[in-house]
Ligand binder design. Sequence first.
Ligand code: ZN
Length: 76
Amino acid sequence: MAIHYYCRHCSKSIGKLSDWEADDQMLGFNQLTDEDRKEMIECDSQGHIQVKVICEDCERTLQENPDYHAFESFIH
Ligand SMILES: [Zn+2]
C-alpha cells in the first residue's frame, strides 16, 4: 500500500509515502470528519490511497484569484 498525494485542481502529483512512513495519526486523517475523509481520500483498484490536496501553484493562483474557489477544477 502506498499513499499518493495529488492536486485536486491540476492533478499534479505532489508526493508519495509508503505505508511504513504514514499512519492515520501522523497524516492527521484522524482529525478529519468522515465526510472530509470521503472527499479527500480515495482508494484505487490496487488498494493504494490517493489524497486530494492543493499544490503550491494552485494555492498561489487561488490566493491571487479567490473567485476561483467557486470552481472545483479551473485548469484544463
Ligand atoms: Zn495544482
